[in-house]
Each structure stands twice: as structure tokens, then as C-alpha cells.
Design a protein around this ligand. Structure first.
Ligand SMILES: Cc1cc2nc3c(=O)[nH]c(=O)nc-3n(C[C@H](O)[C@H](O)[C@H](O)COP(=O)(O)OP(=O)(O)OC[C@H]3O[C@@H](n4cnc5c(N)ncnc54)[C@H](O)[C@@H]3O)c2cc1C
Length: 481
């Protein structure tokens, strides 16, 4: 439901729809490749108000609200921003989101709220994502948000994984008066917000200040603790936790299973992005003291998703001599968003389509010197409707390379499934939930959400999974009292 119903607004839809489109301002490619700072130039108050005034206030439920997985009441926020009522607009987002300043920055808006905007018919939607960032940053500077915390319930919940799902679950549980401790295998909180998404898309400062908010609410973080190895879910119950939330994502990089994959110079995307983007203090122990040396090197990134674009763009910023993406289908089948791909191109990355690596070749020094590839053609569609790539016999060729990065997907980590009695998992290791609306699993008192349940998806969907599970855990704990 919209807080400011459109029928009460004195608006002229036609006049609004005819207002000129205000484009997002980006730092020029030549400037932005010199650092890892954010690429988008934030709106000032005047631009934000003008941008919000383009909203034509579709009848409830507005398409943008339906396109948003957390159903932010975007039209009401637009109405308030237009009038300069920024604090009230920020409060609208807090009602439905635990990570609004983060989702505003990293959501693929063109596929969600902005994609659903009726003004998008000619690619000129209201830029709702950037407006969300504007009001949340304004609020933090002028009148920081302090949520109300219910009186202590005496119940303790263990959250496993400090990614978007775990953070959102902790936020909602703490607001309902439960004590929350988050355990994570990594030294710092954030999950892929810290150890995946590059700084030029999401400054770590934004993640850490959101973490500080949760810490101020009383949420505890215990890092460097791998549940299933350092302790089990049974141990957590024995320690006195009343319920457990699993939000461990899908952190295992997929392998290519081809010769030479373990040569020095061949990296998994996760390690490459962590080393490129995470400050030494927050590096996991095993990656400390091993700086990435990319300057002057030829980098080949394998894969067609957003992770591949992140690796390409990180390589350019680390002053690689050549940066090439290879993908086995055509550009039309690429799963990654066009926005990131276009930015990668603007920044100097090249793309080679219908190309598949078959072998990583070592030079005389034993390190990677080239990637042997084969040319592909598209065959009949597979069960997913996408045309299957087939190798063209005898088309092998070598791309000289000093570094190759595998960005070909992620698998769930089976550890928790294997070490928790009565917790069922799917064939590939994803956690089975009995009811997707609550995240309830087959083990009593254990709930799950985020990528660990859905498979690799988005920050916003993981956050929604964490919030819904928190509401169900709250109900479960109250039913036990
Ligand atoms: C490179 C990259 C870029 C991305 N860019 C975007 C983007 O721009 N926009 C977007 O919407 N989405 C993006 N995504 C997807 C998004 O980051 C994920 O969908 C989201 O982070 C999933 O959240 P989660 O909380 O389920 O898991 P995660 O963020 O993966 O967090 C899981 C946490 O659990 C911890 N953990 C795992 N196993 C254990 C264990 N046994 N014990 C203790 N801790 C454990 C991990 O250390 C991690 O901190 C990107 C993903 C990648 C890989």
C-alpha cells in the first residue's frame, strides 16, 4: 500500500511525463580507471527534487513497487523527495528495507524498479535507485536513523553468515528485542558486499557504516568462525542459542575442469576480487601478504556474468596491459547486465564471443603464458531455452595471457548440510526450506535464507529472505515462550 495514495495528489500526469529526462552523471572513463572510487556522481538536492518530480504516480500498486523485491513504497518516497522532505522519504525506505543505501547502489534497477517504471518505454525511467541513495546519504549526514528496539525477550539467536541475508535477519530480530550474534568465516562483516562487489560499485565505507548501525543496536559479530568446522549448529544450541539462521550464500567458485587450471596466474574470481578490492586489515589470513601484481600484464577473464565484468573492470584499474573477456555464447545470451558490460567496454576491456578455453598453457617459468581456446557455434536450444554452444572442430587458437580469471559461477558449500543432523539439502547443496515465505528448514529451530536457499541471486533478494526468516523466527520464539 502506498503511504501517499496517488488519488489524493494534485498531479498532472501528462505534464510530468513530458518533463525532460535527467541522466545519471558518471565520472569520465579516463578518470575513473585511475582509482577504485565510485563511478556514479551523486545527485545534489536540487537535481534529486527535479528527478523525483518526474514520477507520474501510477495508481496503487505502482509497477515500480511491484518490480522491487522488497516492495519499497517508491511513489510516496518520490512525492516527499520532490518537496524536499528528505527525512520522511528516508523513513519510507526503512519500513521495507534493512539495507536501503546499499540496494540503492547495487540493485540492477534497470531490471527491477526502473525497468518497471512506465516512463521506461523509451529508456527514460525515474532514476529511483539513485534517489534512494540520495535520501539515505542525506539522512545519514543530517539526521541519522535510529530504529526503535523492543524490550529484551531473553531469547538468543545465532545468525550464520554476515552477508545481506544475515545482516537483514539480525536487523529485524534485534528490533524485535532478541539478542543476536552473527558468526562468519571471514574476519569482517558484509559477505559479498565486502568480499565480492568491487569498491567502484559499492564503497566498503558504506557497508561498514551500516554494520556500525547494527553494532550500535546491540548485534554482536564473531568473525573467523567457520560453522561446520570450528563449531557446529548443535554446538550453538548447546551454548544456549534458541534459534539459528543460516545465510551462508554460495561461496564456492565453479571450476572449468580443464588442463592447467591450477597453474600460477590462474585465479578464481572470488580470490581475485578480494585481493583487488579489500584492504589488508580485512583480508582472510590465507590471502594476507600475497599482493596481486597485474600492472603491465595481459588478463583474460572467462565468463559472461556481472562477476566477469567486475573482474575486467578491477583489472583495468590495476593497470593491466590488455584485458579480454571470453564467453562461449554470443553477447545476446550473456547473463550479465548490459550496463556493467558497457562500462567495462568504455574503460578499455575487449570481448571475444563464441570462444571457449580448453587448456591453460604454462610458459618456461612454469607460470601461465596463454589460454588455448576453441571457437564455438550456437546449436539447438537446451532445456533452459538458450541455444547450446558447440565447439568448431580444428578451430583451436591461443590467446597469450599472464593472468586468467575464472568467473563462471558459484556453488553452495556443503559443510553445514553435512554437519547438521536433520537439516536436508537439495542435490547440489542448497539448503532445503519447508516454506519459502518463512525460511523454515527441516531441522527444528533452524531457518535459512539468501543465496544459500535460492542459489546465486541478488543483494535485495537475499535481504528479503533474511527479513522474512527473522519474522518467522520471532513468531517461533514467541510460540515457545
Ligand atoms: C562478484 C560479485 C558481484 C556481485 N554484484 C552484485 C550487484 O552488483 N548487485 C546485486 O544485487 N548482487 C550482486 N551480487 C550477488 C550478491 O552479492 C549476492 O546475491 C548476495 O550477497 C547474497 O547474500 P547472502 O547473504 O545470501 O550471501 P553472501 O553475501 O555470500 O554472504 C554469506 C556469508 O556467509 C559466510 N559463510 C559461508 N559459509 C559459512 C560458514 N560455514 N560459517 C560461517 N560463515 C560462513 C561467508 O563468509 C559470507 O560472509 C554479486 C555477487 C558477486 C559474487
Amino acid at each position: 500500500m502506498q503511504a501517499v495514495p496517488s488519488e489524493f495528489l494534485a498531479i498532472n500526469r501528462k505534464e510530468r511525463a513530458n518533463k525532460p529526462f535527467i541522466e545519471l552523471e558518471l565520472r569520465p572513463p579516463k578518470e575513473r580507471v585511475c582509482d577504485f572510487k565510485p563511478v556514479i556522481i551523486p545527485f545534489d538536492a536540487e537535481t534529486a527534487m527535479a528527478q523525483a518530480s518526474r514520477c507520474i504516480h501510477c495508481p496503487d500498486p505502482a509497477p515500480c513497487m511491484q518490480g522491487c523485491p522488497t516492495h519499497n513504497d517508491i511513489p510516496s518516497a518520490m512525492w516527499l523527495i520532490e518537496q524536499g522532505r528528505f527525512k520522511e522519504a528516508a523513513m519510507i525506505y526503512h519500513k521495507t528495507s534493512s539495507l536501503p543505501e546499499i540496494c540503492g547502489r547495487v540493485c540492477p534497477h534497470e531490471q527491477l524498479c526502473e525497468g518497471a517504471c512506465v516512463l521506461n518505454h523509451d529508456d527514460q525511467p525515474v532514476l529511483t535507485g539513485e534517489l534512494e541513495v540520495f535520501v539515505l546519504d542525506w539522512e545519514r549526514e543530517h539526521d541519522p536513523y535510529v530504529p526503535e528496539i523492543a524490550p529484551d525477550t531473553g531469547k538468543k539467536v545465532a545468525v550464520i553468515g554476515a552477508g545481506p541475508a544475515g545482516l537483514a535477519c539480525a536487523d529485524q530480530l534485534r528490533q524485535r528485542g532478541h539478542a543476536v550474534t552473527i558468526f562468519d568465516a571471514k574476519p569482517a562483516p558484509g559477505g559479498l558486499l565486502t568480499y565480492g562487489i568491487p569498491n567502484f560499485k559499492l564503497d566498503k565505507e558504506v557497508v561498514f557504516r551500516r554494520w556500525k548501525d547494527l553494532e550500535a543496536m546491540g548485534v554482536e559479530f564473531v568473525g573467523n568462525t567457520y560453522i561446520g568446522k570450528d563449531k557446529t549448529i548443535d554446538d550453538l544450541f548447546a551454548e544456549g542459542f534458541d534459534a539459528v539462521f543460516i545465510g551462508v550464500g554460495t561461496g564456492i567458485d565453479a571450476k572449468m575442469e580443464v588442463e592447467g587450471e591450477d597453474l600460477p596466474g590462474v585465479y578464481e574470481a572470488t580470490e581475485y576480487l578480494i585481493r583487488a578490492n579489500v584492504a589488508p586489515d580485512y583480508l582472510p589470513e590465507e590471502l594476507k601478504g600475497k599482493p596481486l601484481e597485474v600492472e603491465g600484464k595481459r588478463v583474460v577473464v572467462i565468463g559472461g556474468g556481472d562477476t566477469a565484468a567486475d573482474c575486467l573492470r578491477s583489472s583495468v584499474r590495476m593497470k593491466a596491459a590488455e584485458v579480454t573477456c571470453i564467453y562461449r555464447r554470443t553477447e545476446a545470451e550473456m547473463p550479465g547486465g548490459a550496463k556493467d558490460r558497457n562500462m567495462a567496454r568504455e574503460e578499455g576491456a575487449e570481448y571475444q564471443f563464441l570462444t571457449q578455453p580448453v587448456r591453460f598453457i604454462a610458459g618456461e617459468d612454469g607460470k601461465l603464458s596463454g589460454v588455448e581456446c576453441v571457437k564455438m557455434k550456437l546449436g539447438e536450444p537446451g532445456p533452459d531455452g538458450r541455444r547450446r554452444p558447440k565447439p568448431i572442430e580444428g578451430s583451436n587458437f591461443v590467446i597469450p595471457a599472464d593472468i586468467a580469471v575464472l568467473a563462471i559461477g558459484y556453488w553452495p558449500d556443503p559443510t553445514i548440510g553435512k554437519t547438521t543432523p536433520d537439516l536436508e539439502t537439495h542435490k547440489w547443496g542448497l539448503i532445503k526450506v519447508v516454506d519459502p515465505e518463512t525460511g523454515r528448514t527441516t531441522r527444528e529451530g533452524v531457518f535459512a535464507g539468501g543465496d544459500a536457499v535460492t542459489g546465486p541471486d541478488l543483494v535485495v533478494t537475499a535481504m528479503v529472505g533474511g527479513r522474512k526468516a527473522a519474522w518467522a523466527i520471532d513468531e517461533y520464539l514467541r510460540s515457545k515462550s
